[in-house]
Design a protein around this ligand. Sequence first.
Ligand code: ZN
Ligand code: ZN
Length: 331
Amino acid sequence: MPRRRELGRGERVIAGLWRLRLPLPFPGVPHCNAWAIAHGDGIVLIDTGMHEPGSMADLERAFNQVGLSLDQVRLVVCTHAHSDHWGQAATICDRTGCEMWMHPNHEHGFVHVTDPDSVLARRLEVGRQSGVPESALERYAEHARESPSGIARMIEPDRELVAGVTVDSDLGEWRVYETPGHAPSHVCLFQAERRLLISGDHVLGRISLYFDYGWSPDPIGEFLTSLGAIDGLDARLALSGHGKPFLDVHGHIEGNRRLVAERLGATMAAVAGGPRTALEITPEVHGEPLTEANAGWWLPETLCYLTHLEREGRVVHQRNGDVERWAPSGS
Ligand SMILES: [Zn+2]
Ligand SMILES: [Zn+2]
């Protein structure tokens, strides 16, 4: 069990809205945010933190620090079905009797509870196709089997968070925008009068890209479309799933576009000498060696770039046995 470096903390962002900063057991991602929004004598809770030993105590501590109580939660709204954003939903709903709302394309997250073996089998297959050696896949599988899901229990959403659904609060109405890309179930919430954006993991203060691979046809294309949709809202302040609230939302959206363009360019450059495997391409996309620690994140990301470029007709892949190799189209 990794050492827990910090405890849950709460802070007021503006009147009626609080940031609950909850620890995560990941070295590169030390915490996530849940957002409490006043609604009458209750609270709407956006995201939940991950389920692990002591995680409910962290959430309660964060609430108590700002003079609130978990028992005031009347509704849980999840920005997407990653464990750090909905892992504790069942526990909170059991305790408070409240509803949980989420986008219907949540299979990518629910399958970690309903069929974890298929998730692992699928990841191993992706690794094999990418050219990862069997010995490394075995080590990965062993580690994955020991890792908890971070999800307390699966509960079906009481309401589907599709475009146009609104969430009421003392700060006014928050409107749902579907923003797939980071995850197929991802939504943002926008409070138009105050120009406040709950951006989940779609746009973070520190630009960092992650894409769920294999659950939708083109995560990169979807992400870019979602960036455009959110850019058009002209938000003033973003409240994201990790890190501090940030201004200059447009600048952050531009930063994401630039980074995607850079990585697509690096992918094309790496493929130029092809045919090459995703394992060979990935270090050149990131400018850093692939390690067992980053492979589970970076390989699927590379496959998302390759899939996007293939849909644009710029690369092709060929399969030889288990392994896929990528080359520029027309080469
Ligand atoms: Zn996420
Ligand atoms: Zn997250």
